[in-house]
Design a protein around this ligand. Structure first.
Ligand SMILES: Nc1ncnc2c1ncn2[C@@H]1O[C@H](COP(=O)(O)OP(=O)(O)OP(=O)(O)O)[C@@H](O)[C@H]1O
Length: 341
């Protein structure tokens, strides 16, 4: 039985401008013990999908099962199996950290769990903040408390909606070490993030959403293998000539140019030479997850051109043959996530 099963989930919001379809027939099974990534540009529908999973929003059609329990029909049972770290920093300002963790435990009928609360505080670097009022905490500290709150009842499934947005490097490392440890102990993890490096490093399998549809679903290693060509990367202080500018991903001084083959790399270099652009620290590398993401979202490259959706799940540690898959691959432009790296 999957840990989480999204079955033909659709969601239409009623807005002043008329109905807006945020999710279209999402079918996705997440197996027990997986570390699963849900990626997509802003507005793709990730938070909507997680809100439906957490029982905070109703699907317009379809259903979601958590270890077999229907989120709508068996809410309490399904919810108890989930630990959800929300994207928004929501907290009660009147309590201190330990109190809010005890109160949260109470919501799930869990008592006498001070030893686990102490462990959570320790693992998340919150021990010396246990008596601090929630109001006094920095944004990053509040986020740590939200993670601890989600875990007080030791849920088998941990759902993290952009847990590292606006969080410093140290907390990210602490958080990922802890979540990876819980995953090794058997907890299933569902993560949404805009940090594609994190997703690449952590997630065994990834689904990409675009305008409410699953447009790629595969093991991370397969997605990386399926990306076509290579990337010419270099530093420069000068502006790229127009044809290359249109192709390039530029972050500060670093420019990255996709190339199908050696010939195209030669052409890029020739264009740079002709334009008198001086390049430093040049390297040719394999595409990373961000390149795959951009290819999938723009409907280009082999990662986005396989035929049929592979909706079956692979259990962790059991690699499966599979192909990255896309839907129509048309229309919307991709909001590059490079700036958030
Ligand atoms: N309550 C709502 N009413 C109307 N439209 C909504 C509502 N909530 C979300 N939407 C719209 O649904 C779409 C999906 O939003 P959602 O927050 O699920 O995306 P997301 O993938 O989580 O984006 P982000 O990466 O920015 O967090 C967006 O176009 C959003 O504007």
């Amino acid at each position: 039985m999957p840990a989480v099963s999204f079955q033909a989930v659709s969601k239409t919001y009623q807005t002043p401008k008329g109905p807006f379809q945020a999710l279209r027939q999402v079918n996705l099974d997440i197996e027990e013990g997986e570390f699963f990534g849900l990626l997509g540009p802003n507005g793709a529908g990730k938070t909507t999908l997680i809100s439906i999973l957490a029982g905070l929003a109703r699907p317009t059609a379809g259903r979601v099962l958590v270890q077999g329990a229907d989120v709508q029909a068996e809410f309490a049972d399904a919810r108890r199996r989930l630990g959800v770290v929300p994207q928004e920093l929501v907290f009660d300002p009147f309590f201190n950290v330990r109190e809010s963790l005890r109160i949260q435990s109470g919501y799930f009928g869990v008592k006498h769990n001070d030893a686990w609360i102490d462990e959570l505080l320790h693992e998340l670097g919150l021990t010396d903040k246990a008596s601090a009022n929630m109001r006094q905490l920095s944004g990053g500290m509040k986020r740590r408390v939200l993670v601890a709150q989600a875990l007080v009842h030791k849920p088998p499934i941990i759902v993290l909606d952009e847990p590292t947005a606006g969080v410093d490097v140290e907390l990210r490392q602490t958080l990922w070490q802890f979540i990876a440890k819980l995953n090794k102990q058997g907890h299933t993890v569902l993560l949404t993030t805009h940090y594609l490096e994190e997703a690449e490093a952590l997630c065994g399998r990834i689904a990409m959403l675009k305008t409410g549809q699953v447009v790629a679903l595969d093991r991370t290693s397969n997605l990386l293998r399926s990306a076509s060509g290579s990337v010419l990367q270099f530093k420069t202080d000068q502006e790229l000539p127009p044809p290359l500018r249109a192709l390039a991903r530029v972050t500060g001084r670093i420019a990255q140019l996709p190339a199908h083959d050696a010939r195209e790399i030669e052409q890029h270099l020739a264009a740079l030479r002709t334009a008198g652009v001086e390049v430093h620290d040049m390297e040719i590398r394999r595409p990373d997850l961000e390149d795959v993401f951009l290819q999938v979202m723009s409907g280009t490259g082999s990662a986005s051109q396989s035929a049929e959706a592979d909706a079956s799940a692979a259990a962790p540690g059991r690699p499966q043959q599979g192909t990255a898959t896309v839907g129509d691959g048309q229309g919307t432009s991709v909001q590059s996530m490079g700036a958030q790296k």
